[in-house]
Design a protein around this ligand. Structure first.
Ligand SMILES: N[C@@H](CCC(=O)N[C@@H](CS)C(=O)NCC(=O)O)C(=O)O
Length: 266
């Protein structure tokens, strides 16, 4: 068995999706936490592994792998255990198309997380510290968006667009789950793992009503099925810092009427 080390952060969406596949396939790994709130993703040693200053990063005897979707495919290809994708090539193609879409949604999740939740923590910090945090972000579009989200919160155009895209994601997911318990596979797999963290984040931001059993029953049942899997605790719950999430949920609750109004006027 290969030695596996995962550099990750507890509540990070992309880290959760990799941990779900590690647990599904029962792969033991060394856990190295990169504290994103402390800026450890920008430290020289880590940037040598992940030049994008992002988590997760997987290191095995074979080498270093970045990008959560690529990591999950690698894990499924090279490790025995429960397969995380269908044996039908057409379903695999559909799974890859879905995951590509989910990856394109990922920045929108960053916008709702920062615009609704994290912003309210950051505006209490000294301005110099926040400016430095923003300056450390290598991607210039992300830097500009982060600044707008912190300065404008719910009035930031990038957040309004992210809420619209979130509504679209939920509608697409509800439809995909109409005739199947799992996404493009007959059991939990790569597409489910890729999607789950965004549902968790929407719930953490106090917006879980968007997939209540009456509003979007297919998502609601799918999410329940996942929460009932034994691996959910090891991959997700045990890594969620209750205090931070409690704060995100509080800010989400405070603003949810306005958020729902923005979503309705899409
Ligand atoms: N496409 C990348 C995205 C990774 C990503 O955005 N990671 C976030 C956490 S979910 C991160 O490290 N953020 C740190 C930062 O923005 O400074 C992947 O799938 O691995």
């Amino acid at each position: 068995m290969k030695n596996v080390t995962l550099y990750h952060h507890g509540p990070s969406t992309c880290s959760q999706k990799v941990r779900m596949i590690l647990e599904l396939k029962n792969i033991s790994y060394e856990s190295k936490i990169i504290d994103l709130l402390a800026g450890e993703q920008h430290e020289d040693e880590y940037v040598k592994l992940n030049p994008n200053h992002l988590v997760p990063t997987l290191v095995t005897d074979d080498g270093v792998i970045i990008e959560s979707t690529v990591i999950n495919e690698y894990l499924d290809d090279y490790f025995p255990g429960i397969p995380a994708k269908s044996s039908d090539p057409l379903n695999v193609a559909k799974m890859r198309l879905w995951v590509k879409y989910i990856d394109s949604y990922h920045p929108q999740c960053g916008s709702i997380t920062y615009g609704i939740g994290m912003r309210n923590i950051l505006i209490q910090k000294p301005k110099d510290e926040v400016d430095q945090e923003i300056a450390n972000i290598p991607d210039h579009i992300k830097r500009k968006n982060r600044r707008d989200l912190i300065d404008m919160g719910l009035d930031a155009p990038v957040l309004i667009e992210a809420l619209k895209q979130t509504e679209l994601l939920l509608s697409k997911l509800e439809k995909e789950l109409e005739n199947s318990d799992w996404l493009f596979n007959n059991s939990f797999g790569i597409a489910d793992a890729a999607t789950l963290p965004y549902i968790i984040r929407i719930e953490q931001l106090a917006l879980g009503e968007l997939f209540s059993s009456s509003k979007r029953p297919n998502i609601s049942l799918w999410y329940e099925r996942i929460k009932n899997m034994d691996i959910f605790n090891n991959a997700v719950t045990s890594f969620i810092p209750e205090t931070l999430i409690g704060v995100l949920t509080k800010f989400g609750n405070d603003q949810k009427d306005r958020v729902f109004k923005i979503m309705e006027n899409k």
